[in-house]
Design a protein around this ligand. Structure first.
Ligand SMILES: O=C(O)CCC(=O)C(=O)O
Ligand SMILES: [Fe+2]
Length: 315
């Protein structure tokens, strides 16, 4: 694996204010080049993170036998154990629109009893992420064209989100000769993803010429990246970049990835005004069909990007 020390400077959008035309143009450039940017003043307090991290850690610290009760072969299917995405990665999924019910369901399966605090904190986080995702969608539509946020609002009105709580860990006694992949190269199967990464770092984006660049953590800043669904809807104008997480030291790493997605039965087809005078790069496709395509191919799921939306619907 090539060593990579270069970090990337991405635009920082103050999501609490209306965005200026000059910020829109620098953001547009970043979205076309990297598909990644930062947001600040997002309204998620440090206190909410601490609570979320604490109660998530309580779940991850439970024995494998408990967690696997919500694993891939259970009825609940919200827990991804180690050795699926990587040996160093486990994850718990909490889905909207009812984040409270979804979290309760997992907690009950894992602990045989409801965990009110865990569920309530996840409801608060999920609801806030939903509002943030709507704001970010509007801004991204503005990057595509004047008045597009209003013009195309109805296309996104049935979007919903899910959260993945990610826990990365390396065996303590491991001799770290080189970095390892905590989460292999992939693109996201979302319209957009909002990521909180803790101060350990390790998130990397792949440049168009194949170099890995660090996205350094920055306090009180969230990372936004564009996923395959918005990439296809924008006729490839907004880039869904390959990214991964590398672990350099024997530290645990915690992240929260919120995926904002079209409804399963949405037909994704770039509107003519978005395509403009370019060629169409994607055939229209049903969102749920693409998700199934990715889920059914191990390579497309987490590992190497063998399959993305380009393989599925690219012209
Ligand atoms: O852990 C991270 O920082 C990013 C995770 C990620 O890319 C994903 O869950 O799709
Ligand atoms: Fe991702």
């Amino acid at each position: 694996m090539p060593a990579s020390n270069t970090s990337i400077q991405l635009p920082i959008v103050d999501i609490s204010k209306s965005i200026s035309p000059s910020s829109i143009s620098s953001l547009s450039l970043a979205c076309r080049e990297w598909g990644f940017f930062h947001i600040i003043n997002h309204g998620i307090s440090k206190d909410l993170y601490s609570k979320l991290r604490l109660s998530s850690n309580q779940v991850f610290n439970l024995p494998y036998e408990a967690k696997i009760k919500a694993g891939p072969t259970s009825n609940v299917k919200t827990y991804t154990p180690h050795f699926i995405a990587s040996p160093f990665f486990e994850s718990l999924r909490v889905s909207g629109p009812d984040f409270l019910a979804s979290a309760k369901n997992s907690a009950e399966a894992i602990m045989n009893q409801p965990d009110t605090e865990f569920s309530e904190v996840l409801k608060e986080y999920g609801d806030k992420m939903r509002n943030l995702s709507k704001k970010v969608t509007d801004i991204l539509l503005m990057c595509l064209g004047k008045d597009f946020a209003t013009k195309f609002a109805s296309e996104f009105s049935n979007c919903e989100g899910y959260l993945r709580i990610n826990n990365y860990s390396l065996p303590e006694k491991r001799v770290m000769e080189k970095e390892v992949e905590g989460l292999g190269m992939h693109t996201d199967m979302s319209c957009l993803t909002i990521v909180y990464q803790d101060d350990v770092g390790g998130l990397q984006v792949r440049s168009k010429d194949g170099k890995w660049l660090d996205i350094n953590p920055c306090e009180e800043t969230l990372v936004v990246n564009i996923g395959d669904l918005l990439h296809a809807w924008s006729n490839g104008k907004l880039r869904s970049s390959e990214h991964r997480v590398v672990l350099k030291e024997c530290k645990t790493r915690f992240s929260l990835a919120f995926f904002w997605c079209f409804e399963d039965n949405k037909v994704i087809s770039a509107p003519n005004e978005v395509v403009g005078d370019e060629f169409r790069h994607y055939e229209p496709f049903m969102c749920g069909d693409y998700l199934k395509f990715r889920e059914n191919s191990v390579r497309g799921k987490f590992e190497k990007v063998g399959f993305t939306v380009k393989d599925f619907a690219g012209i």
